[in-house]
Design a protein around this ligand. Structure first.
Ligand SMILES: Nc1nc2c(c(=O)[nH]1)N[C@H]1C(S)=C(S)[C@@H](COP(=O)(O)O)O[C@H]1N2
Ligand SMILES: [Mo]
Length: 419
């Protein structure tokens, strides 16, 4: 139902074709764009909402509310599956994902945890084993940073036959938040971590009791956080309330939610989450373990799967991110890879964070394929699907970051294709 509505409102959002596009025409086009989008937007409103539509300049407005809600006219939702839900990337603005639309992935539901009763235990190779309440943790110096999170199973359909799905469905297991908490290293110092400690087990307090081994590399010691805040308020229950481990750039799974225990050791703990699952099966039947970093990826969100275009001006928009650092360039092709143009990156461009890119484009009504490819500040460039599969085969279900192709058919319908 939502997808249908999306197609409708998309088709309303087009300024009439004008050529050449000069500033005056662009402004005129902008004005008519408003005029055009006004009526179909109302057409999408439910009958009961319309029946009490009154001139808002003639009646006093609503009173203040103690906790805000979005406008009832806004309908973007997560796409809910059995044990996950995806972010509606095609509908978002900027780079911060509203907490209510952050993707979710949980292996045995979202636990209801009373923060007053929650504890974090730190033990193993430490001289001072410690147990903290949440309130005690909040007394440590706090840090905030913006970072993306991505499930390593995101975009996994790329390994398979192309399906006619939306960008939310294909790539929506990634979101960005501003996270607040304590540096992991601060807590490890407080517990007097021993020299021999090179790995750390992190355990969640949910019914899955998910456990992962974290290598204590310099990057991890510099960047890992134990978080209690998300986008200016407490973590959402779905994101790990009251505490979660944040390892910027690492696959979603190791960012343990509902964190209750950290055990220091000198070797990986080989939990089922890093042996039976979350390993990358290679063509020769061997599997990579601990492939933790999410490599650079970019995806065009507008236009994207199942949307419908009209000929004329469009601003191509998408997101790019890299688990290794900052995005440095995003190139876009509108002619199936024959030519590439540099897209503009929207500031701020932050390390290990979603970065929005844009490119103005006039669609001439001819069938074509559009793609984006990004590079990060390690010099790594997002691979084509073909080159990725040449190395990795197709047995994997994790860490797909090949270039996404959207085919635009003559009737304006956008389809997910593999080229
Ligand atoms: N305790 C616990 N932590 C967990 C999980 C879980 O099921 N239990 N799921 C993991 C997986 S697979 C992912 S992708 C991320 C998802 O984080 P989010 O739901 O905040 O988006 O959390 C990870 N941390
Ligand atoms: Mo995940």
């Amino acid at each position: 139902m939502n997808e249908d509505r999306r197609v409708d409102s998309e088709s309303a959002h087009h300024a009439p074709a004008a050529s050449p596009l000069n500033r005056r025409q662009f402004l005129a086009g902008g004005a008519s764009l408003l005029a055009i989008s006004a009526s179909p937007a109302l057409a999408g409103v439910q009958a009961e909402e319309r029946s009490d539509a009154i001139d808002p300049t003639r009646v006093p407005g609503a009173s203040p509310r103690s906790y805000g809600e979005r406008s009832p006219f806004e309908k973007q939702t997560r796409l809910v599956a059995n044990a996950s839900s995806t972010t509606p990337l095609q509908d978002l603005q900027g780079i911060i994902t509203p907490s209510a639309l952050h993707f979710e992935r949980h292996h045995n539901g979202v636990p209801a945890i009373d923060p007053a009763r929650h504890r974090l235990l730190i033990h193993g190779l430490v001289d001072r084993p410690m147990i903290f309440t949440v309130e005690e943790l909040k007394r440590f110096p706090s840090v905030s940073r913006v970072a993306f999170l991505e499930c390593s199973g995101n975009s996994r359909d790329g390994w398979d036959k192309a399906q006619d799905l939306t960008v939310r469905h294909l790539h929506g297991l990634t979101s960005t938040s501003e996270w607040t908490g304590i540096k992991l290293s601060t807590l490890l110092e407080a517990a007097e971590i021993r020299r021999q400690a090179t790995w750390m087990l992190a355990e969640g307090g949910d019914a899955a009791a998910l456990t992962r081994s974290v290598p204590l590399t310099d990057d991890v010691l510099n960047e890992a956080m134990v978080c209690y805040g998300q986008n200016g308020e407490a973590l959402r229950p779905e994101q790990g309330y009251p505490l979660r481990l944040l390892l910027p750039g690492f696959e979603g799974n190791i960012n343990v939610k509902w964190l209750r225990r950290l055990k220091l050791g000198s070797a990986p703990f080989m939990t089922r989450w890093e042996t039976a699952t979350y390993t990358d099966l290679m063509p020769d039947g061997k599997a990579y373990q601990f492939s933790l970093v999410m490599e650079a990826k970019s995806v065009i969100m507008r236009p994207s799967g199942k949307q419908r275009l009209h000929p004329g001006f469009h601003e191509i928009q998408g997101l790019a991110w890299s688990g290794r650092g900052c995005i440095t360039t995003v190139d876009v092709t509108v002619d199936a890879g024959r030519t590439w143009q540099a897209a503009r990156l929207q500031e701020p461009v932050l390390p290990k964070c979603h970065t929005r890119f844009r490119l103005p484009w006039r669609w001439d009504g001819q069938e074509t394929i559009i793609q984006s490819r990004c590079t990060d500040d390690t010099g790594y460039r997002q691979p084509t699907r073909e080159s990725l599969i040449k190395v990795r085969g197709t047995h994997s279900s994790y860490h797909y970051n090949g270039i996404q192709s959207w085919k635009i058919e003559r009737n304006g319908i956008v389809k997910n294709v593999h080229v």
